[in-house]
Write a protein that binds this ligand. Structure first.
Ligand SMILES: Cc1cc2nc3c(=O)[nH]c(=O)nc-3n(C[C@H](O)[C@H](O)[C@H](O)COP(=O)(O)OP(=O)(O)OC[C@H]3O[C@@H](n4cnc5c(N)ncnc54)[C@H](O)[C@@H]3O)c2cc1C
Length: 322
């Protein structure tokens, strides 16, 4: 979506194929680093919109290390000591920000769609094959009709940017192997709402709560204390465990153990993911470019994931004279 927003701003005609029917409702990334904000600044006023939607700094300036979110605090680190804003003027004209990916993406989509002459976004359309013909790329896509029949179509374009995520099929088709560690840690991601918990945390606001107790070890990301929206990251050990061990009821129990209180919890989803540290052996082959997690899989700390896609596409395309 970042690449599409950039394409619209730069007047480059493009089509985005997205296999999902719409934008995700799950929060994933939330910390937006200086570089991402600088990229958004270059895309019109997106950085201003992100700054305005980001919660007050007091809600996310700290990491708290504790036995449980509402129990004993072992330590608390203020990442903005002596500051009352997230600006770091010697580092960047843009501040860092805290805005969940599912709130950021609609802003990028709106920007990408603002130039209908250059941008076309096709949701529910999956890329199933590509063929680099030397002077152009043929992209075969499938999409479901209103009557749920699958339709195939081939679109011919001058270049293809593959931002199809960590498990990129395009990268596999190009036979570009990943280098590095494919799995530093397996984790379960529990997306939940709890106004009750958020209210009780009002005197202990933080972006991350690292919880260590006999019942659970978890990192809780406070995506929005105002909305009571959180994600719990819980270590997961396949093959000794599998996703089936984490029903919504079991997940709610983990959240209560991490909270240290019998709070009301609404679990929205439980998913697994692997934290990786990998980079593709090359970022392009012929007329096809890799971008984002397709090109590299970072651990989430530092907010590098959101920063990269436009940077890579811009620099590898520039070097190729595109
Ligand atoms: C738990 C977690 C927390 C994170 N926190 C942060 C953070 O705080 N800050 C940060 O900067 N980064 C963070 N990241 C990383 C960040 O989420 C990713 O780097 C970023 O989402 C990558 O964007 P992407 O567009 O490359 O891939 P994705 O977001 O995975 O998007 C790929 C898209 O391609 C679509 N797709 C896949 N295959 C096809 C196909 N064949 N045809 C059509 N469409 C297809 C998928 O449906 C998907 O929508 C976090 C990641 C995780 C897992």
């Amino acid at each position: 979506m970042r690449t599409a927003a950039n394409g619209s701003i730069s007047g480059i005609r493009h089509v985005v194929f997205e296999k999902s029917g719409g934008l995700p409702s799950q929060p994933q990334a939330h910390f937006i680093n200086h570089r991402s904000m600088e990229v958004f600044r270059g895309l019109g006023d997106i950085s201003r919109v992100v700054r305005e939607l980001s919660p007050p700094l007091e809600d996310w300036r700290r990491f708290v290390y504790c036995s449980a979110m509402l129990k004993r605090v072992y330590g608390s680190v203020d990442h903005f000591p002596g500051q009352d804003s997230p600006y770091v003027p010697y580092a960047s004209p843009e501040p860092v920000a805290h805005l969940s990916q599912h709130k950021l993406l609609p802003i990028l989509l709106e920007r990408a769609e603002a130039s209908p002459r250059t941008a076309s976004i096709w949701f529910g359309t999956q890329v199933t094959a590509i063929r680099d013909r030397g002077s152009e790329v043929a992209v075969t896509v499938e999409h479901a009709s209103a009557r749920s029949e699958r339709h195939k179509r081939t679109i011919v374009c001058s270049h293809l940017v593959a931002a199809d995520g960590a498990n990129s099929r395009v990268r596999d088709w190009l036979e570009l192997p990943m280098e590095g560690d494919a799995c530093l840690q397996n984790l379960i991601n529990i997306h939940f709402f709890s106004k009750d918990l958020a209210q009780q945390l009002s005197k202990r606001p933080a972006m991350l709560y690292f919880c260590f107790n006999r019942a659970t070890v978890a990192v809780i990301v406070a995506h929005s204390l105002a909305d009571g929206e959180f994600v719990a990251q819980v270590p997961f050990f396949p093959p000794l465990q599998d996703l089936g061990d984490f029903s919504k009821t079991a997940a709610a129990d983990i959240v209560r153990a991490a909270a240290g209180s019998d709070v009301e919890v609404e679990v929205c989803s439980v998913r697994r993911w692997a934290m990786s540290a990998q980079v593709a052996s090359r970022f392009h082959k012929g007329r096809v470019f890799l971008a984002g997690d397709a090109a590299h899989r970072f651990p989430p700390a530092g907010g590098f994931g959101c920063a990269q896609p436009r940077v890579e596409v811009g620099s590898s395309a520039h070097r190729r004279g595109v």
